[in-house]
Design a protein around this ligand. Structure first.
Ligand code: NAP
Ligand code: COA
Length: 271
């Protein structure tokens, strides 16, 4: 079977798109012909990513802003909209994570992750909606297995990402009548990312993580990008409000097996 996904003439914005999974997603859209914009806090990371996207042939741009600052996000999004026109695809994936038990973190530590992952997603959703192509736009929130699998040393992330998925599901109701689809993708453990460097920091934890995935491998940023291409394309035109694990089966029961070793690791650094 041969399927060609052509995003020529399509406008894609990836928030948190300057490293790891989200950057991989941005680059895959560029490879498939899209005009791609990225945003994150660091101007250096934005510049580096825009240069890479341009090298892939995309008419790319970007802006530096913190998703915790709604006015800055609105201004950056408006700037991209002025240059590109209406967005066909928005991927929102800015996030923060560190292993810490509930008793091992401050209110501010818990709040930092809630503010970035949950409030940040809300800010991005509010900023982009006026600029989405209606009908036709596809919005994708990048979630995590912690949204529905409790994991020790992750209470902040579990709470935040569960909220992200409920934003996705609720907005599928509010935005569906405008012809806007919105879905969450739940990546499994993705190789060579900051997330896995933080959640499986030792060789032993990494090996245990791979073993816990039914497909016996970590995923790649391209695995997540391919799912984004599907959801954003005509192939996904009747898919909305879905929370889609792209994880080699990890969410079935493997992800939970990380819980105890993560808690032990967090407690060691909390001593
Ligand atoms: P990453 O490389 O650290 O990517 C995070 C991105 O978000 C970066 O571009 C970062 O750039 C940006 N960002 C962070 N805080 C921000 C803020 N306050 N405002 C604006 N941008 C901000 O992490 P990753 O591991 O690839 O994870 C990407 C996404 O996948 C996250 O949503 C994560 O929860 C999810 N996920 C990852 C895995 C995994 O295996 N890695 C598994 C499940 C889910 P700046 O530093 O420039 O701000
Ligand atoms: N254990 C316990 N608390 C921690 C912690 C850890 N490992 N790391 C940070 N914190 C606490 C800080 O001490 C601070 O609390 P305090 O003010 O009570 O001391 C609070 O979290 C905020 O930290 P700060 O460094 O000021 O936040 P920031 O806004 O600069 O950065 C983070 C946000 C902490 C999430 C940072 O790790 C980050 O920017 N992450 C983005 C990249 C990432 O996490 N990628 C993986 C995505 S899955």
């Amino acid at each position: 079977m041969s399927i060609t996904l052509d995003f020529s003439g399509k406008n894609v914005l990836v928030v948190g798109g300057t490293s790891g999974i989200n950057r991989g997603v941005a680059e895959l859209f560029a490879k498939h012909g899209a005009r791609v914009a990225v945003a994150s806090r660091s101007q250096d990371k934005v510049d580096d990513t825009v240069a890479a996207l341009k090298a892939l042939g995309s008419d790319a741009m970007g802006f530096a802003a913190d998703v915790r600052q709604p006015d800055a996000i609105k201004a950056g999004v408006a700037q991209v909209h002025a240059a590109f026109g209406d967005f066909d695809v928005v991927v929102s994936g800015a996030a923060g994570n560190f292993p810490a038990t509930a008793m091992g973190m401050s209110t501010n530590a818990f709040k930092a992750v809630i503010d970035i992952d949950l409030l940040g997603t809300f800010h991005v959703m509010q900023a982009v909606f006026p600029h989405l192509r209606k009908p036709g736009a596809s919005v994708i929130n990048i979630s995590a297995p912690q949204a529905f699998i409790p994991m020790e040393a992750q209470s902040h992330v579990c709470a935040a990402k569960a909220g992200v998925d409920m934003i996705t599901r609720t907005l599928s109701l509010e935005w569906g009548p405008s012809g806007v689809r919105i879905n969450s993708i739940v990546p499994g453990p993705i190789d060579k990312t900051e997330g896995m460097a933080r959640l499986a920091p030792t060789d032993e934890m990494r090996a245990a993580c791979v073993e816990s995935v039914p497909l016996k491998r970590m995923g790649s940023t391209e695995d997540i990008g391919n799912a984004c291409l599907f959801l954003a394309s005509e192939l996904g035109s009747y898919v909305s409000g879905v929370v889609l694990p792209v994880d080699g089966g990890w969410a079935q029961n493997g992800a939970g097996s990380m819980s105890a070793s993560l808690a032990a690791f967090a407690r060691m650094s909390e001593k």
